[in-house]
Design a protein around this ligand. Structure first.
Ligand code: NAG
Ligand code: NAG
Ligand code: NAG
Length: 495
């Protein structure tokens, strides 16, 4: 009876599933040894790639996400390049209205504002003489023939506003999707993780010899404490909604003046854009994103919707900490690993850099598949991986205490093991690991996924979790643990 009650509550949300219960059995090769090649134990060659992202996509309730903002979509559609044909439509509109004996005062004044550039009005729409000709066809033709010369300039002058409109609509819809998927609580929980990790790293910084010896404790603390996740999505949503609504009302009001004639759409679109002054606070920076990705855009950090989705639909905290928790640690760590690519700090320890790269070099040597490289461009990401795991693991230890080795019965693994399994799943690929390139063929900062995950061998928690012997491949590739911050961090005296 009791069992049934619990089950019915869990299922009442309509989503009777748990991310890791669903994904771990799909990929893990239970007959391989985790201490030999942990990544390939969890994600064998040929297994499904991006299992977490796929699970998120298959579970996202499309019906709920159905947009409630069709009118904004129409504005965005026009902004995306549906604005060709202004001259044809405006000429047609004029002719029709003229023939019906309707007033065209508004049409002429809108045309006039459209052809003002840098405070000067250019062309036949600047004066009133067209209005004095009563031949509807003749004037309609002049509009059709004259306006095309201005269309390029009309667009060019409003490029920035168009971009704002598109981004506002995009950002609004993205946040709305978070609301539709009921992720409010998960966002708050993720932010609580950010806060917990900041507290942990704060204590570490205070005890860091190289930071003390170089007088950068205060500035380093300042950098990490100002790294924030913007959780007030209602505020952002309202700001964008209000702006889009204003533009939409301008647009509708303009169309009304022309009896909602579709030939007025493009004209009214430009007119409504002209009337709006954008507040750009939430326009250029994405605080919310739908992809399986997270970003440190110092001082802001943000996490794609899938990470919140995982928080919402994962029962065991150890699995949340290994996945979303590891990514939270990773993004926060970007602030704390300073290099030429990402110089958030005023000083960073060279010994710490050497330690990080040494581990990745060793992991590369042991586990290289298609290709592997360790260069300066990889330092940020490699460092953020190492420190990010450490932070997430610290939170795990704090919450589980001596329950770390208890069995998580649904999967018959310990909580400690579950943490590592869920971490591997964040970058699970069924194909061979290879050096990643950017679109312009330059080196991407992320190491191959198998290297990123197997570098975790250096964390003492891994050896403990899987009882690895010293001559296993994972332990052979583990270098001395990098204490980037904390009392055991390098001394790095000022020279
Ligand atoms: C699972 O691991 C065993 C032992 O290492 C290996 O023989 C087998 O090929 C692996 N299966 C897959 C699907 O990779
Ligand atoms: C690892 O370090 C050695 C010695 O510095 C170097 O020769 C090698 O190219 C490095 N490996 C990688 C994958 O960068
Ligand atoms: C659970 O795992 C342990 C140790 O890995 C194993 O000895 C045991 O047989 C497993 N139990 C079940 C029910 O599979």
């Amino acid at each position: 009876m009791r069992f049934w009650l619990i089950l019915s509550v869990f299922c009442s949300s309509g989503l009777c599933f748990d991310f890791f219960l669903e994904t771990i059995p799909k990929t893990v090769n239970w007959s391989s040894d985790p201490c030999e090649d942990f990544y390939r134990h969890v994600c064998p060659i040929g297994s499904v790639s991006d299992p977490l992202a796929k699970a998120v996509n298959s579970r996202r309730n499309a019906k709920q996400a159905a947009s409630k903002i069709d009118h904004f979509k129409y504005l965005a559609h026009l902004a995306y390049g549906g604005t060709n044909g202004l001259a044809q439509r405006a000429g047609q509109l004029y002719e029709k209205r003229c023939e019906q004996g309707l007033d065209n005062q508004n049409l002429f004044s809108i045309l006039k504002t459209l052809v003002v550039f840098d405070g000067h009005c250019y062309g036949v729409f600047c004066t009133d003489h067209l209005k004095l000709d009563t031949d509807c066809k003749r004037v309609g033709k002049i509009i059709r023939n004259t306006l095309p010369a201005f269309e390029g300039d009309i667009q060019k002058k409003r490029v920035e506003k168009l971009e704002c409109l598109v981004l506002a609509a995009h950002n609004y819809m993205t946040i709305q999707e978070h609301v539709d998927q009921e992720l409010e609580e998960a966002i708050m929980e993720t932010n609580a993780l950010v806060g917990e990790m900041k507290e942990i790293v704060k204590e570490m910084i205070l005890a860091t010899p190289w930071a003390a010896n170089n007088n950068v404790i205060k500035s380093t603390l300042g950098a990490v404490l100002s790294t924030n996740l913007e959780v007030d999505f209602e505020k952002i949503k309202k700001n964008l909604f209000d702006q889009l609504t204003k533009i939409h009302l301008n647009y509708e009001e303009c169309r009304n003046q022309f009896n909602n004639d579709n030939d007025a759409n493009i004209l009214c679109f430009w007119n409504s854009i002209d009337k709006h002054e954008f507040d750009k606070t939430y326009i250029y920076f994405e605080h919310y994103d739908l992809s399986f990705n997270a970003v440190n855009s110092f001082p802001n950090i943000y996490f794609g919707l899938p990470f919140y989705f995982i928080v919402k639909h994962t029962e065991e905290l150890a699995a949340v900490l290994g996945s979303t928790g590891y990514i939270v640690g990773h993004e926060l760590s970007h602030t704390l690993i300073s290099s030429d690519n990402f110089p958030a700090l005023t000083y960073f320890s060279q010994s710490a850099i050497d330690c990080i790269q040494k581990q990745f070099n060793s992991t590369c040597t042991e586990f290289k598949e298609e290709s592997c490289l360790v260069q300066d461009v990889h330092l940020d990401e490699n460092g953020a991986d190492i420190l990010g795991f450490q932070l997430a693991y610290s939170v795990l230890e704090k919450h589980y205490g001596n329950r770390l080795k208890d069995t998580y019965t649904p999967l018959n693994v310990t909580h400690q093991q579950l943490f590592f399994y869920s971490a591997a799943l964040t970058s699970c690929e069924g194909k061979k690991g290879e050096v990643l390139l950017n679109r312009d063929r330059s080196l991407n900062g992320h190491s191959p996924s198998n290297i990123r995950i197997n570098s975790i061998a250096q964390h003492p928690g891994f050896k403990e979790a899987f009882q690895c012997s010293d001559n296993s491949r994972m332990m052979q590739s583990a270098t001395e643990q990098c204490h980037i911050y904390g009392k055991d961090a390098p001394v790095s005296r000022r020279r």
